[in-house]
Write a protein that binds this ligand. Structure first.
Ligand code: CDP
Ligand code: MG
Length: 247
């Protein structure tokens, strides 16, 4: 939150919502008329395993985690149609954005949502049993149509993970940015500051980047952060770039 009490929050319209043509419904529930919130950014994203893993990093040890990654990368709902595998990522901007959107989204579990918050978006979702390789049921996956950041801190991490500063109009940016001065390229986990064939540009000199991303890239270059850290920064800058990076 800044001085004016403005917040941002990340919404993902998940693959099950796209498959069920609920996009218009979700957008209408979250419209400025209902929430007082404004769009700050939108993007269609084919979610790479890397981006999915980073977005849901807090759940890495949960039984549902592998199935959750299959879900958010679109493999569950579009097993035979990779070009349909996408989410719509949106930044909403305004006072109490996080709380307002969480309330309209409803509880994580669609069954709970139907019982306790009928009318919330997630009340239209489903719960799917997850089986391990031997067929044993190990938990539930909640196909709950949308993601919504749970706290302002989580929102900052997630907005920066999915969006570059230039995806957001300058006057609406809430988090610190810098003009980058170093050419950064990546191949696999390896960050480089000199170009050679096969490398992907992450951030060019003169580009505006989140200060927190540049801090990580500087630390990786200096050897004071693990090389994988650069890959996570790069996940955002490589969004939609080529099939190999994607699901
Ligand atoms: O999304 P939210 O913050 O409400 O819930 P979470 O506990 O952070 O879990 C993230 C996502 O994992 C949920 O939205 C569900 O899609 C999924 N999940 C699941 O599949 N099975 C569970 N038992 C719990 C969560
Ligand atoms: Mg959460």
């Amino acid at each position: 939150m800044n001085q004016l009490g403005m917040e941002q929050t990340l919404v993902l319209i998940k693959p099950d919502a796209l498959k069920n043509s609920l996009t218009g419904y979700v957008l209408s529930q979250l419209s400025e008329f209902h929430t007082g919130l404004r769009f700050a950014a939108t993007k269609i994203v084919t979610v790479s395993p890397l981006l999915a893993g980073e977005h849901y990093a807090e759940h890495v040890n949960k039984a549902f985690y592998p199935s959750l990654l299959e879900y958010i990368t679109g493999r569950v709902h579009y097993p035979d149609s990779p070009s349909n595998r996408r989410v719509i990522a949106i930044v909403y901007h305004g006072k109490e954005a996080v709380l307002k959107v969480r309330a309209i989204a409803g509880p994580t579990n669609p069954h709970t949502a139907r019982d306790t918050k009928p009318g919330s978006i997630r009340a239209l979702g489903t719960v799917v049993p997850i089986a391990d390789e031997s067929g044993q049921i190990v938990g539930d996956r909640m196909d709950n149509l949308i993601h919504a950041s749970a706290t302002p801190e989580e929102a900052e991490r997630e907005v920066k993970l999915w969006f570059r500063p230039q995806d957001i109009p300058a006057r609406m940016r809430l988090y610190p940015v810098e003009v980058n001065e170093t050419p950064y390229f990546i191949e696999g986990d390896t960050l480089s500051t000199t170009y050679r064939a096969g490398l992907s540009s992450v951030i060019a000199p003169g580009d505006i980047a989140w200060s927190s991303d540049l801090d990580i890239l500087r630390e990786v270059t200096a050897g004071t952060a693990a090389p994988e850290a650069a890959r996570l920064v790069a996940a955002k800058y490589l969004i939609n770039r080529n099939d190999e990076e994607q699901a």
